[in-house]
Design a protein. Structure first.
Length: 292
């Protein structure tokens, strides 16, 4: 029995993708939900296993024996092939999920900001979409948002007993940059910024539940982000030169979304190449490809 595991935003999308990958119709699949999660700002995902249910082929009817005394068996008239009629695909059978996701906490209204229920994030289909996050055009951070996020970061630093100062930096779109410095700031950066990325993720999770205003925080310790952006830009340009010279695409290592945006932005004006993202989080990667 053929089977495949697919991750998508909904069971219907996962079923459709599985049917295309296995080369069968959705009605020929038995779908089992393995995991269903609800993420930040209404983002959700579901991981399913789709199994192909093979129906036994119908046996062809045996030819009738010729009547006794007849010289030759009567030839059956040739049936004309009827034109195929498109039938709507029935809904696939969905088995109850193996692991139920924790229900999301009720949304809270942000101060002074009317806001519709957040929509699930669309997949990144092109660099332009990734360079501009979902909802970014609808949400613009204010100085008050910056103060709220900075206060939240200070709260976490105090709970961890770290000698680190936090102050509000640049505000661009829905992003508030928070600068971290002090005696223990190096501990918050970690190897290749892993600790800084983890803390930034934690801050945005808490902020999403506490404020629910679509504003996101970016944390920078000891000027790590600026140095990282310069390094990524140089690397992307170097690889783009090789891609253009060889005529073969290159795939970068998995990067978080804000670092993928840096690569897309750095190569947005580079002639002769294009960039796009592929894969699922947290293993989503940037592909640098030559233009035809």
């Amino acid at each position: 029995m053929q089977s495949v595991e697919i991750t998508a935003k909904t069971v219907q999308e996962a079923t459709k993708a599985a049917a295309e990958k296995l080369g069968v119709s959705s009605s020929a699949l038995t779908v089992t939900v393995l995991e269903e999660t609800k993420g930040l700002f209404g983002k959700s995902s579901v991981r399913v296993r789709a199994d192909v249910t093979e129906a036994p082929a119908e046996a062809a009817p045996a030819p009738e024996a010729p009547a006794k005394g007849s010289k030759k068996p009567a030839k059956a008239p040739k049936a004309k092939a009827a034109a195929p009629v498109a039938e709507p695909e029935p809904e696939p059978e969905v088995v109850a999920p193996v692991v139920e996701a924790e229900p999301a906490a009720p949304a809270k209204k942000g101060k002074g900001r009317g806001k519709a229920e957040p929509k699930a994030e669309e997949p990144e289909a092109a660099p332009a979409e990734e360079a501009k996050s979902e909802g970014e055009s609808d949400v613009v951070a204010t100085a008050e948002d910056g103060e709220q996020l900075t206060a939240l970061v200070k709260e976490l630093l105090s709970a961890a007993s770290l000698n680190v100062n936090a102050k509000t930096g640049e505000i661009a779109g829905r992003y508030v940059n928070i600068q971290l410095d002090g005696k223990d700031a190096a501990f918050l950066v970690g190897k290749h910024g892993e600790v800084l990325n983890a803390m930034q993720y934690l801050v945005n999770i808490i902020a999403g539940r506490r404020f629910d205003n679509g504003v996101r925080a970016t944390l920078d310790g000891n000027d790590y982000r600026r140095r990282r952006e310069e390094a990524l830009t140089a690397l992307a340009t170097k690889i783009a030169d090789q891609v253009k010279s060889r005529g073969e695409e290159a795939v970068l290592d998995a990067l978080p979304a804000f670092e993928r945006r840096i690569v897309h932005k750095a190569l947005s004006t580079y002639e002769g190449i294009s960039t796009y993202s592929e894969g699922e989080e947290p293993n989503r990667r940037v592909v640098i490809a030559p233009l035809d």
